[in-house]
Design a protein around this ligand. Structure first.
Ligand SMILES: Cc1cc2nc3c(=O)[nH]c(=O)nc-3n(C[C@H](O)[C@H](O)[C@H](O)COP(=O)(O)OP(=O)(O)OC[C@H]3O[C@@H](n4cnc5c(N)ncnc54)[C@H](O)[C@@H]3O)c2cc1C
Length: 267
């Protein structure tokens, strides 16, 4: 069994809002000094799901796939420290500035190059752009079944059983392999790598592939291959005004407050 886990590196979602900044001119999120990017936690749950499948089956090869800059190696290493076997990093100027479609196309080309594979596991959404469509586009490009928002992923007798999260409960679906699954937080806590595993991960192989290695034309990936254009990237301004009610007595204060709230159509 060969499982491919797509893991993305994202700005740390715990970054204080006061420090989160974007460059409106270049339409980029600015790195915050002293706060390193992290592996996308939903994608890390995909790695956890892969490890649970391996434990249940007794054996499986787990490959981590990440499209991102050189520094995204840390996200790959985190998945390797959890127990994945090897990493592939898609790093090339040609991949930069891609929308979900262009990103998914590059990931799909790499997945094809990694054939034979049985299962592709992703996170349900990356906590930076939160588009949540990359797994479905990968499945579409590869012509594979796709199951989204999984809370449990099992493989038995060559068939995939997935428990899905619905708005009002869960449903269980079954499909053939190979397939693409996106994993939700209801899967539970991912394992926390120990120091020994972190050190072992440093010795696991990580290959770096360019667009040419994937056999894709640079015009099909990154900004050139994108279907969306980004008009504006900005941090919304939230304004809060505080008005003090002046009054001689509590009754007068309550009356003025009630009148003010009614005028503001809040009561
Ligand atoms: C015009 C435009 C320009 C953009 N330019 C940039 C840019 O310069 N830099 C940038 O970082 N983003 C850029 N983005 C955002 C970029 O398109 C998204 O980060 C990317 O398409 C994935 O979408 P998402 O983050 O919402 O992932 P989702 O679809 O929410 O991700 C779901 C899952 O898919 C997998 N996945 C997603 N992306 C990757 C990846 N890169 N590697 C491995 N697995 C992955 C993970 O398992 C993840 O949990 C741009 C978007 C647009 C529209």
């Amino acid at each position: 069994m060969h499982i491919i886990c797509c893991v993305k590196q994202v700005p740390d979602p715990e970054t204080p809002a006061s420090q989160f900044k974007v460059d409106e001119a270049t339409k980029k999120v600015l790195p915050v000094p002293g706060i390193d990017p992290v592996a996308d936690e939903y994608a890390i749950l995909g790695v956890e799901a892969a490890l649970r499948i391996r434990e249940a089956l007794g054996e499986a090869k787990i490959t981590v796939l990440c499209l991102g800059p050189e520094a995204a190696r840390d996200a790959v290493k985190k998945a390797l420290a959890m127990g994945a076997d090897e990493g592939i990093q898609l790093t090339d100027g040609a991949f930069e500035g891609g929308d979900s479609y262009a990103t998914a196309r590059a990931l799909a080309a790499a997945i094809k190059k990694l054939e034979p594979f049985d299962l592709v596991l992703c996170g349900r959404q990356a906590p930076d752009w939160d588009v949540g469509v990359t797994p479905s586009i990968i499945a579409d490009v590869l012509g594979l079944p796709c199951v989204t928002r999984a809370s449990e992923v099992k493989v038995s007798d060559g068939t995939l059983q997935v428990e899905r999260v619905l708005l009002d409960g869960f449903e269980t679906v079954e499909t053939s392999l190979p397939a693409v699954v996106s994993v939700s937080n209801e899967l539970g806590e991912p394992r926390y790598p120990q120091l020994r595993e972190i050190m072992a991960a440093a010795k696991k192989p990580v290959a770096v592939w360019s667009a040419a290695d994937l056999g894709v034309d640079a015009s099909q990936v990154g900004a050139a291959g994108s279907l969306l254009s980004l008009d504006r990237l900005y941090v919304p301004v939230h304004e809060a005004k505080c008005e003090f009610i002046e009054a001689e007595t509590p009754e007068e204060a309550a009356e003025t407050l009630a009148t003010t709230l009614r005028e503001a159509k809040l009561i």
